[in-house]
Ligand binder design. Structure first.
Ligand SMILES: [Zn+2]
Length: 252
């Protein structure tokens, strides 16, 4: 809201006083722009080390080298410990059955009825190795332009720079991820869907990245973790048609 009024004030000032904007810097320098040169003005949203209130989603600063800010909630979740929605990779709606045949990019046949495309078949090639920020990005589509699915590199950075601890939050199993600056997010152990069956709730977390494994149409990188014996996290490649969770990042 504060930013909204700032923009209104700026637009009013431009109309009232002329066709030039002068920025007065703290070091006493001034920078001038002609209005005709400016396409748009944006203001950075606030970031936090932890959720400051219950008005989720928040952008959490974990102190990562890339500057990536992670969302406090999953796509479709109303709180950090809510599992949220389950989506096949590239789809933007939940379903009752997750398999190759129900998959938006299915092509070919499933003659033995096992839910998998016949051998030597494939999915439709959408011509993208990364879907972040596109119409195939469920975070972008459902949460607005500020959010997108994390890339493989962003999930990798999370794993390389943060520590994890298995905890329960409001009776939900998951991991508490702590960044080098002390910022924290909670990732619920969400399990996954194959066909109409839900697997591993409370035991494993399975989160899509936006990055397809190069040259392959069937598998995508995902972040997985285990909260059964000890807490550990790793990479996995997963068939696109499974129903998995998404923890977004703020679009940079
Ligand atoms: Zn939050």
């Amino acid at each position: 809201m504060k930013h909204f009024f700032s923009i209104l004030l700026l637009l009013w000032a431009v109309q009232a006083f002329g066709q030039k904007i002068t920025l007065h810097m703290r070091n006493n320098q001034t920078i001038e722009y002609n209005i005709s040169e400016i396409d748009s003005i944006t203001f950075d949203e606030e970031v936090f080390l932890n959720c400051p209130d219950d008005k989720h989603p928040h952008a959490i600063d974990l102190g990562l080298p890339s500057g990536t800010k992670w969302c406090c909630c999953n796509v479709g979740a109303s709180t950090p410990d809510d599992r949220g929605g389950y989506y096949a990779w590239g789809e933007t709606r939940e379903k009752s059955v997750y398999d190759d045949v129900s998959y938006i990019f299915f092509e070919g046949q499933d003659t033995d009825g096992d839910g998998r495309v016949d051998q030597n078949g494939s999915f439709i090639d959408i011509g993208l190795d990364d879907i972040a920020g596109t119409d195939y990005d469920v975070a972008h589509v459902r949460m607005g332009a500020s959010w997108c699915m994390p890339s493989r590199a962003q999930q990798n950075e999370l794993r390389n720079y943060c520590t994890i601890m298995g905890i329960q939050q409001n009776d939900v199993n998951g991991i508490l991820v702590t960044g080098p600056n002390g910022g924290q997010i909670f990732l619920p152990s969400t399990g996954y869907y194959w066909k109409d069956t839900f697997y591993d709730d409370g035991k494993y977390g399975n989160y899509w990245s936006s990055s397809r494994i190069q040259t392959e149409n069937i598998n995508v990188f995902c972040l997985v973790f285990n909260t059964i014996n000890s807490s550990s996290w790793d990479w996995d490649s997963s068939r696109c048609s499974f129903g998995r969770s998404i923890r977004p990042v703020r679009k940079q």
